[in-house]
Design a binder for this molecule. Structure first.
Ligand code: AHM
Ligand code: MG
Length: 344
């Protein structure tokens, strides 16, 4: 008779996992990052609860304000932002906070100041909120620079200087995906326990995928290398199958699928928007950090995303990320002079 599988009695929670990792790092680790990540976990649980209840407690729709990008804010955007700012400030571990929803960085007052800076998009994928489609929180963490008491310059640094990055996706379950610079792990919220449990240890993005994820509604604005690359995967050489298209319009969901299944996600710079749509600090950097940590590549088409030095907190940047072989294929189109250039 087949042996009956018993439920595990040795659950690895996110806190336990991160603590073990910090201990492994030895005496340099003070436990502060673990405490900060605990605060972020709590915000994810709180936001997840509100996302679930949104339709029932009148949380759908507009808040009546526009954010710094001139976009209308949804009620859940505003609520999620407040949840994060309050929890991160109260953690006593932060010095600078940058949110997509706030024009200026928040500099934490001395009595609550810690040594980390958190850049975040509290609820990404706003256009999908009211339809109940997956949305998420994206965050990146820097340590303040030596001697600094917390200033904006502490976050105007390349993405490769981040000490941790991650996102929580609010879908059929809440999934928190995190890297502290030593690989990528995924945790699923067990709502009955109120804990994120390690369910996806050491996520490795497949070296090649079969899916491309672009908003092709922008095709008329795309530059030649983007168009030529997309044509190459839609009309491949004889004997090869074309790629499948999947585009949710929530970066967290599109990147989550790309990390697990492989393929390429892109929001390129184009003739209409030189730098595309996505924000460098709290969208492109954390996702590029996770992609590289999972063995993939993240580029603007002309350079590594994580090497960009930001000049302002809300700047945008072109994004292509995903499986190593797929992104390398795309890069070949960016490195070959385009027809228009050749004719000139
Ligand atoms: P948001 O921060 O206003 O939600 O916008 C960011 C989102 C990303 O999640 C997603 O990748 C992109 O916008 C989709 O944009 P589009 O609707 O132009 O395809
Ligand atoms: Mg966003």
């Amino acid at each position: 008779m087949a042996e009956e599988q018993l439920p595990s009695t040795d659950l690895i929670t996110l806190t336990r996992h991160v603590l073990a990792e910090q201990f492994r790092l030895g005496s340099a680790a003070t436990g502060d990052l673990t405490l900060l990540l605990t605060a972020i976990q709590v915000t994810s649980k709180f936001i997840a609860t509100n996302v679930r209840k949104a339709r029932l407690i009148n949380l759908v729709g507009l808040a009546g304000e526009t954010n710094v990008q001139g976009e209308e804010q949804k009620k859940l955007d505003v609520l999620s932002n407040d949840i994060m700012v309050n929890a991160l400030r109260a953690s006593g571990k932060t010095a600078v906070l940058v949110s997509e929803e706030l024009d200026d960085a928040i500099i934490i007052e001395e009595k609550l100041r810690g040594k980390y800076c958190v850049v975040f998009d509290p609820l990404d994928g706003s256009s999908n909120i009211d339809a109940g489609v997956n949305i998420g929180t994206i965050f990146g963490i820097y340590q303040i620079q030596e001697g600094s008491e917390g200033v904006v310059a502490d976050v105007l640094r390349p993405g490769h200087e981040m000490v941790a990055a991650g996102y929580t996706m609010y879908g059929s379950s809440a999934n928190l995906v995190l890297s502290t610079g030593n690989g990528v792990n995924g945790y699923t919220l067990d709502a009955s326990l109120g804990e994120f449990i390690l369910t996806h240890p050491n996520i490795q993005i497949p070296s090649r995928g079969k899916i491309y994820s672009f908003n092709e509604g922008n095709s008329m604005y795309f530059h030649e290398p983007t168009t030529n690359y997309l044509n190459s995967i839609k009309f491949p050489a004889a004997g090869k199958s074309p790629y499948s298209a999947r585009y949710i319009g929530s970066m967290v969901a599109d990147v989550h699928r790309t990390l697990l299944y492989g393929g390429i996600f892109g929001y390129p710079g184009d003739k209409k928007s030189k730098n595309g749509k996505l924000r460098l600090l709290y969208e492109a950097f954390p996702m590029a950090f996770l992609t590289e940590q999972a063995g993939g590549l993240a580029t603007t088409g002309t350079g590594r995303i994580l090497d960009i030095v930001p000049t302002s907190i809300h700047e945008r940047c072109p994004v292509f990320l995903g499986s190593k072989d797929d992104v390398e294929d795309l890069l070949k189109f960016y490195q070959t002079p385009s027809e228009t250039e050749t004719k000139a």
